[in-house]
Ligand binder design. Structure first.
Ligand code: SAM
Length: 237
C-alpha cells in the first residue's frame, strides 16, 4: 500500500490527532466513549477510518468557490467529525451528538486542539434537521455506526443542500440495507447511491465501503418525521 492517509498529514495535523488520542484515553474510563483503546487501533480504526473520504472532500472543495460545510450526526467521541475538522481547516464542520456527556467531551477536544472550524451541537439530528438555520445548508452529511441507511437518510437528508452529498461509512451488510435505503434516499431528494470501497492499514477491518448519494431535489418539508415514527416504520418500507 502507498502512503496511509495519516502519513500524508502535516506534522501539526498529526500532533493534533496525538492530542485527541490522549484525551480519548484519559476520558474513556469515565465516559465509556469507545471500546477501541489500543493506541494502534485508535490510529487505524478511528483516525484513518474517519479520514476515508478525505480525497473526495478535498476534490469537492477545489470545485466550489464557497467555504464548504459538513455535518456529522451521532458522532460519539468525535468520529469522524473532529478528525476531519483537524485536517480540513477550511471546512465548517458541525458535529451533532444526542448524548450530552459525549458532546461535552467533544467540546473539550475542540478547545484543546483549537479547532476553530468545528461546532458541537448536543441534540438529536432529526430536531436540528427541521431548524431553518441548518435546513438544506450542508455540502456533506456524514454518519458512521449510527443506523441503517434508511434511518440516517431520513434523519440527515433535509440537512443537505442541492448538489451536496449523503455519505455513510458502511461494511458488507449495506447491500441488504440498501434494499429499503435506496427508496428512502429517493424520497428525501437523492439520486441513486454509489458504493466506494476503501481500505485502512488495519488488515482485519474487512470490507469497508462509503455509500454516497447526491442530492438532486429539495427534501419535502414533512421529513424527517418524529423519531418514534421513523423507528416504527422506516421510510421506503
Ligand atoms: C455507535 S455510536 C457511533 C459514534 C461515532 N460515529 C463512531 O463511529 O465512533 C452512535 C452514536 O450516535 C448517537 N445518536 C444516535 N441517534 C442519534 C440522533 N438521532 N441524533 C444524534 N445522535 C444520535 C448516539 O448517542 C451514539 O453516541
Amino acid at each position: 500500500m502507498g502512503k496511509t492517509r495519516l502519513e500524508s498529514l502535516s506534522e501539526e495535523q498529526r500532533d493534533k490527532l496525538d492530542m485527541f488520542a490522549k484525551l480519548l484515553t484519559e476520558h474513556n474510563e469515565r465516559l465509556n466513549l469507545t471500546r477501541i483503546i489500543e493506541p494502534e487501533e485508535i490510529k487505524t480504526r478511528h483516525f484513518e477510518d474517519s479520514l476515508a473520504p478525505l480525497e473526495m472532500l478535498r476534490e469537492y472543495q477545489q470545485n466550489t468557490d464557497r467555504l464548504p460545510a459538513l455535518v456529522d450526526i451521532g458522532s460519539g467521541g468525535g468520529f469522524p467529525a473532529l478528525v476531519l475538522a483537524a485536517v480540513l481547516p477550511d471546512w465548517h464542520i458541525v458535529s451533532i451528538e444526542a448524548t450530552g456527556k459525549k458532546a461535552d467531551f467533544q467540546q473539550i477536544v475542540v478547545e484543546e486542539l483549537q479547532l476553530m472550524n468545528a461546532e458541537v451541537i448536543s441534540d438529536r439530528a432529526e430536531e436540528i434537521s427541521r431548524e431553518p438555520e441548518y435546513r438544506e445548508t450542508f455540502d456533506f452529511a456524514l454518519n458512521r455506526a449510527v443506523g441503517t441507511v434508511s434511518l440516517v437518510a431520513e434523519i440527515t437528508g433535509g440537512l443537505v443542500r442541492r448538489g451536496g452529498y449523503f455519505l455513510s461509512y458502511k461494511g458488507p451488510k449495506v447491500d441488504d440495507e440498501l434494499k429499503t435505503g435506496v427508496k428512502t434516499l429517493k424520497i428525501m431528494g437523492f439520486d441513486a447511491p454509489e458504493q466506494i470501497s476503501y481500505e485502512t492499514s488495519d488488515e482485519e477491518a474487512g470490507d469497508l465501503r462509503l455509500v454516497r448519494a447526491k442530492k438532486i431535489k429539495k427534501t419535502p418539508d414533512k421529513y424527517p418525521r418524529e423519531f418514534k415514527y421513523i423507528k416504527k416504520k422506516h421510510l421506503g418500507m
